[in-house]
Design a protein. Structure first.
Length: 216
């Protein structure tokens, strides 16, 4: 759920409600300024939180989730956001230029998985391996790599370790890309179905046009 959009909608409803309640209380009901202000704040608060409840219920119905499921997903996404912050910090403190593209790809795909899970929470279940296993592995490995690569003096053993770490990180990046593809599997299937339908429709139109042309 987009928090900024939600805040705008709730404010758009609660602010006019607050003003309306104040005007009715002060002018129509002849209440004092303080009482009118109190009623207005109470009315605005009810409108704000009432709208919040309605929007959340609509969001849950749209995505086919229970409140408990959404709380579970939100809790894990909150933890994942902290891990992603650590990952990004480590990725871009490394000064190894040849691996820059690999690190950018890793940043891009992890960010995409998180954003998809945030905007469409039910997709979270298709990426549980990423959130509960692959993300932890890549964060720990990247942090260790960033630490070792920052050492001023290196020997052959350290260089071998760094090289091996880059290789494993590349494998992990491919694994995480598969996590993303798994999240998108239904969309890909739907796209293939639409393509097949479009091809069949186009073929039927061509066949009809060919038959009509031969009849003339």
């Amino acid at each position: 759920m987009n928090s900024i959009l939600a805040f705008i909608v709730k404010s758009f409803i609660s602010v006019p409600t607050t003003v309306t309640v104040w005007l009715i209380s002060f002018f129509a009901l002849n209440q004092t300024f303080l009482l009118s202000s109190g009623y207005a704040l109470l009315g605005g608060g009810i409108a704000y939180f009432g709208t919040s409840v309605i929007m959340k219920q609509a969001f849950l119905r749209k995505h086919g989730l229970t409140r408990k499921e959404y709380q579970y997903i939100e809790r894990n996404l909150k933890e994942a956001r902290k891990k992603l912050a650590r990952l990004n910090k480590s990725l871009f403190t490394v000064r190894h230029i040849p691996s820059l593209k690999q690190r950018v790809d890793l940043h891009r795909v992890t960010k995409k998985i998180y954003r998809l899970s945030k905007s469409e929470p039910k997709r979270f279940y298709k990426a549980e391996r990423f959130f509960f296993s692959h993300l932890d592995s890549v964060v720990e490995l990247t942090e260790k790599y960033a630490f070792l690569s920052s050492q001023p003096k290196r020997n052959s053993e350290l260089e071998r370790s760094l090289h091996e770490t880059r290789r494993v990180l590349e494998e992990l990046t491919h694994t995480i890309e598969k996590d993303l593809h798994r999240m998108l599997s239904n969309d890909i299937e739907d796209l293939h179905f639409e393509i097949d339908v479009a091809k069949n429709s186009n073929k039927q139109a061509q066949d009809t046009a060919f038959i009509d042309q031969n009849r003339r």
